[in-house]
Write a protein that binds this ligand. Sequence first.
Ligand code: FEO
Length: 406
Amino acid sequence: MKPDMLVPGIHRVYARIGDRDLFEGIWPIPHGVLLNSYVVQGSAKTAFIDLVKDWEGAVGSVKEQMASLGLSFKDIDYLVLNHMEPDHTGSLAQLCEENPQMQILCTKKAVPLVKAFYGIEKNVRAVASKESVDLGGKTLVFEETPNIHWPETMMTYVPEDKVLFSCDAFGSYGQYAHCFDDELTQEEWDLLIPETERYYANIVSSFSQFVQRGIQKLAGVEIKMIAPSHGVVWRKDPAKVIDLYLKLARYMNGPAEKEITFVYSSMYGNTAALVPIIKQALEEEHLTVRLHEVPKDHASFVLSSAWRSSGLVIGMPTYEYRMFPPMYHILDVLERSHVNNRKVMRFGSYGWSGGAQKQFDPFVEALKWDCLGVIEYQGAPTEEDKRKAVAVAKALAKSVKEWSDS
Ligand code: FEO
């Protein structure tokens, strides 16, 4: 792998992480993920921005790319840690052993985390918003952007080149053969936008208020290039990813897209029996329906769909007097991510006793969902249950369309 030059003196050195692992130990990455670090060389000093965790030989790959620039970790004067999560700091102890003189720059909130994660206290310096470090012809200017993705996060800006190093913000899942947005093939774009949305939903969504605040903070900053620590570098059109993130952040409280996420589980087919009937009723209203069966579909994909949908259909049976467990997991994930203010309906079968609805109601309340109807039945759905399901689905479709258009 070769480093990519953003501008003279600024290079991306990075690692491709495959699909064998779960990101954060929970989210599938069938198309992999990139860990991007950046080297900024001034006439006097050299800085390294965000590290990689040593998954799949990532550190070795970064070292090789640095060597091709005539650099080693020993040449780093400043290590900037925009964010402490181990995907960006995992090789910190190793780097400090190789270069004990290097100064670590991070926010005040990150300082105790450097100690807690890696036992490192020496040469750690807290920087605050607007503080800067002169490298000689290139300056690093820091801006605290808390909670994108955790409280200690900041971004780093090089005003001479108008490059913003945003770490998790404006990032994406997926590997891309090309570094820059203007180099991507159509196939890469077809991966990038959905994988940016899924990354946002999985990693960033619950911090959406902070994303909006962070983007407001950047409003006066002229940005020619956004260099995140996951995904591609936005060189031609950085506004495209800023606008996408802003749109996704606003979905938190709805309305989102004029779409329905339809997620269901079924044990013996009695809950599934209503799926085609409800789906057809929604599609007759010209709504896009994103269908997921759980646990066959991972919560990562359900969350990504739900985040962009104004409406939700949730079907699950009762299981041991409570909700079917895989659906409880889905609802827990939706609640943690604050998929608020959606239009919803629920349906499901029970055998000997109900109970799922009692566990469903608190989610409706906590997430401020507008529940347009529940169809719950013993055993198989009757013709009357089917008629009711169609009527509620039509009401849901109407409500989603009106709300999304408002
Ligand atoms: Fe890419 Fe929050 O770490």
